[in-house]
Design a protein around this ligand. Sequence first.
Ligand code: TRP
Length: 478
Amino acid sequence: MDNKQVTKSERGGWGSHFGFLMAAIGSAVGLGNIWGFPYKMGANGGSAFLLVYLVLVVLCGMCVMLGELAIGRKTGLGPVGAYKALCAKHTWLGYIGVLCGFLIVSFYSVLGGIVLRYCVGYIVSMFGGDGWAGQGTGFFGYFLYQGGEMILYFAIFMALNVVIVMGGIKGGIEKFSTIAMPALFVMLLGIIVYILCQPGALEGYKFMFTPDFTYLKDNFFTVVTRAAGQMFFSLSLGMGCMIGYGSYLSKKSNLQKSAVTIVISDTVIALMAGCAVLPAVAAFADQSYGKGPGLLFSTMLTVFDNMGGFLGNFIGFLFFFLVLLAAVTSSISLLEVCTTFVVDKRLSKGKPGNRKIVTTIAAVIAFVIGIPVTLDALGSGNAAIMFPGEILGLEKVPMFFDCWLDLYDGIAEGILMPVGALVMTFLIGWVYKTKMVKDECECEGNKFFAFKFFDICFKVVTPIIMAIVLYGQIADFF
Ligand code: TRP
């Protein structure tokens, strides 16, 4: 780069390798694991979905994770600066990442706001009040139409993110994740054990782990597309989030080991979330697994309601508080992509980074983008504003257009992220060459394992699977 060389101290960096791992695992573990994974597994054939998911994690997730971390550390810059440094012609890939960052953090924080409202609801109920506005287990359907309250909780959740990201890499993101992630793990473990002891819970495990391949045979394409989309989202891949986190990493850190640790941890926690949610649904909510997105926000309400009394409210609070921690450690990584982009740019021009102001402005932009998501009642109809399909006057509304959240999610997760991952792995395999990743991993004496495997994944396997996913998305659209 012809720009001014930016020193590490101006940008900041992780305080310890453990801190980095907690932040990166924190980014990966989020609503995608606790909300998305159990319901997608529930709706896509249980064990068959799990099997495909695991295969994809090994064949794609691992190498994309490693690729992003390596590009980040090699260049020491966020996605836009990193691609520009590698080859100016590829800078657009970085901009796609920043665009995804804004789109995802906006709807993600609306969901985070709802989770926050549930925590408040359980606290109020625990102390004898009615946290559910007289709606009982029907609260979710009611809350969706409370636009003002949705915006309020969305704003509080966003403000929480701003405070953390303002604190910088070490003093904000790392500090929060190092406390939140172990706490989350312990709470999740406690809930799993408690649920396991309830009569009827084992049905949920049977549903998860009994192989049923007829479903897979009949729906192979759909299962692969859904599992791959879920995997990318869950691992925070395809939009440069891990490029950013990698850029703050010291040259001594073992990248390959880190990539494997992050991927395994995320997968284990998704499975653990499945082991908390699905057996709970089996024991307390008549095995209604296939409820789609409502699984977390309405079925789980029924679960804790049927548990009854103070205990039900207490476990309910613990569960949603754990979801809240998971959501915050993820959304800060998305807001960080938007922040890093501007801070890097300012530093390279010799200006002060102004992280605090930049973070605030980025959050305000994301907040404005997110407002439609709070007002269309997730496409349930008769809401304060119309959803995209309604505005376009479509007779048959494809998934993309059935609410603002699905539109943002469809553009980011459905199109931009698979394109990002496809082009990135292709570039690593054929243009920058896998050796670049190997050299970066080995730069301070760490050994690189399984070069052939990663080389084939970068060159062929991941690009092909990404192309299938894109095709599946586009076919879904029509
Ligand atoms: N992985 C997070 C989850 O599972 C969400 C997330 C954080 C994300 N950063 C991301 C998704 C970057 C895609 C890209 O909830």
